[in-house]
Ligand binder design. Sequence first.
Ligand code: MF3
Ligand code: CO
Length: 252
Amino acid sequence: MIRLKTRDEINKIKECGKISAKLFKHLEQYIRPGITTRELDTIAETFIKSNQAIPSFKGYNGYPASICTSVNEEIIHGIPCNRVLAEGDIIGIDVGILKDGMISDSAKTFAVGKISENIQLLLERTEKALYKGIARVKDGCSINEISGAIYDYISPFQYGIVREYCGHGVGFANHEEPEIPNYRFKNGKRKLKTGTVIAIEPMINLGEDSLFILEDGWTVVTIDGQFSAHFEHTVVVTDDGYEILTIDPDEA
Ligand code: MF3
Ligand code: CO
């Protein structure tokens, strides 16, 4: 069942989303060669709490940290640890913010120092794919219109489009219905209504789409060891389009 959100609930998610956007801005200055992913987690947790909010991933299905830090071939759900970032790495940071009973979900992949040109393109195209999907959001649109827009934009590049993990409804919980894949699917004809809040999150691999989960039970990595990028926004469906909730409106 898709649980629609009221204006008041949407405004609360927007408040969470604003904190997430400010958090990414804050973290950016620390994402340099030499820092560990655990240090980034600590900085994030302190920042979130200083905004009277709670990291919604912590404790979710036993997840042990405040953010997910996925480095290089790690696609999603990397656990912060003593790994030291090096020049040329990329790091996907995924964060859920809980405040006033509502949750936002967003992610962004950052370059550590200077990265190679093909990886830079992977990041740019994955973020662009996210916006291609968002652009289709509108009352009455089908999930396949969103999923298909992401798929069609990425297809010509011959990247691996992750299939086992998808976008999803969000707001009252970290994961709600409906599922938003990054490719067309059988039940994708379902139409979305005003007040539906979804997280759209393309996960795109430089190589093939196949993946596996590490021994830690969380970290999802590419099977061929090639790099992977991930960008995510929480978006609400409106009568005439959409509103992105995980931005900082104070920013120009
Ligand atoms: N945003 C993540 C997702 O949609 C949620 C991660 S939950 C965690 O998959 F517990 F893994 F952090
Ligand atoms: Co998500």
